[in-house]
Each structure stands twice: as C-alpha cells, then as structure tokens.
Design a protein around this ligand. Sequence first.
Ligand code: ATP
Ligand code: SKM
Ligand code: MG
Length: 181
Amino acid sequence: MTSPVFLIGARGCGKTTVGAALAQALGYEFRDTDHHLQQVTGKTVADIVAAEGWEGFRRRESASLMAVSAPQTVIATGGGMVLAERNRRFMREQGAVIWLQANAAVLATRLSAYPQSAQRPTLTGRPITEEMSEVLHQREALYRDAAHHIIDAMQAPERVAAQILTALARDDGRKGVSLTG
Ligand SMILES: Nc1ncnc2c1ncn2[C@@H]1O[C@H](COP(=O)(O)OP(=O)(O)OP(=O)(O)O)[C@@H](O)[C@H]1O
Ligand SMILES: O=C(O)C1=C[C@@H](O)[C@@H](O)[C@H](O)C1
Ligand SMILES: [Mg+2]
C-alpha cells in the first residue's frame, strides 16, 4: 500500500495523536491539515475565522487537504473536513479513509482537559458537551459516508493505531499486496 491514509472524525477523537503514531508504524510521512493551514497563513483557526468567517476557513482547509495529500502519508484532517462533498469524494478516491469514532461525552472530557481554544474556537456557542452532541448529530452521516473503516477511538491511542494497521493490512490482503510494499 502506498496511497495516503486519511483520518477523519470530530474534534478530540485523536486524529493528530493517533496519526503521528500510525505514520511512524507505517514509515510514512505525517501531515495535519490544521497545522498546515497555520504554517502557510501564520494564523490560528480562531484568527482565520475572525477575519474570514467559517466559510473562509472551510475554503482554506479544502485547499490544505489537496496540498498535503501524497503517497505514503498519513493525514490528520480537521474535524469539519467532511462537510464538503468534494473533500469526501477526494479522500475516498485517493486513499484509505478511517473514521475515529467516539461519543460526545468522551470528546467533551478530552477537549475540556486540553481546550486549545485558538485552534478550536466554538462552533455553536454552546457548552462543550452540548456542542459535541450537536456536531456529531450534524456530521455522523458524513463521517460514515466518507469512511472505508470505522475504528473505536475510545481506547488507548496505541490500540487505535493497531486496529487501523489491521484494517489496512486486511485491505492489502484483499488486493494481494503487502503493507509496506
Ligand atoms: N485514544 C485516546 N485516549 C485518550 N486521550 C486521547 C486519545 N486520543 C487523543 N487523546 C487526547 O485528546 C486530546 C485531543 O486529541 P487530538 O488533538 O489528537 O484530537 P484531534 O482529533 O486531532 O482534534 P482536532 O480535530 O481538534 O484537531 C489530546 O489532549 C489528546 O492527548
Ligand atoms: O470540527 C471542526 O469544525 C473543526 C475542527 C478542528 O480540527 C479545526 O479544523 C477547526 O477548529 C474546526
Ligand atoms: Mg488535530
């Protein structure tokens, strides 16, 4: 397998955390669309949203997705990457798409412990548990639509990474190629 691996899912599901470990295990590059956007603009998500609105941010994150996608790369995407149909189609066509699934209570607990509010400005203006419930309600069908594999992200990061490796190896087995070849 050489095609990119895209990690999708809500804020706090572990795309950045698990993505780095997964890339290391595969010997792949690791890219993160939120980090890329911050590097090229020199601005945080909150800065971009304040200057250009969420619409401007969504346009820029779609461009980031195209910019970082490459063979032998694990890509942690922004939580809202799936909102655009074009992004969902692009990821499905270009590589393997993995949804890291977690419930609102777990996500809210993680995000409360480590808010990073410059990178995660409020999406709804509501308290965090309510916000995550609302966001999941709006997006679950989109994550499901985009994903080739759904992984339980409410386990230790190493377990999550191991289960993704198993799913990718199974894909390769079906195609008759080895994971590293
Ligand atoms: N499997 C896990 N178990 C426990 N804590 C986790 C797990 N995965 C991530 N975390 C913790 O949750 C927080 C959010 O993780 P991370 O930044 O990787 O999420 P993300 O999906 O990249 O979020 P965002 O969409 O906002 O970029 C971090 O503090 C991280 O240490
Ligand atoms: O879920 C979302 O809409 C977001 C998630 C983060 O990764 C960032 O991309 C940004 O804060 C928006
Ligand atoms: Mg992240």
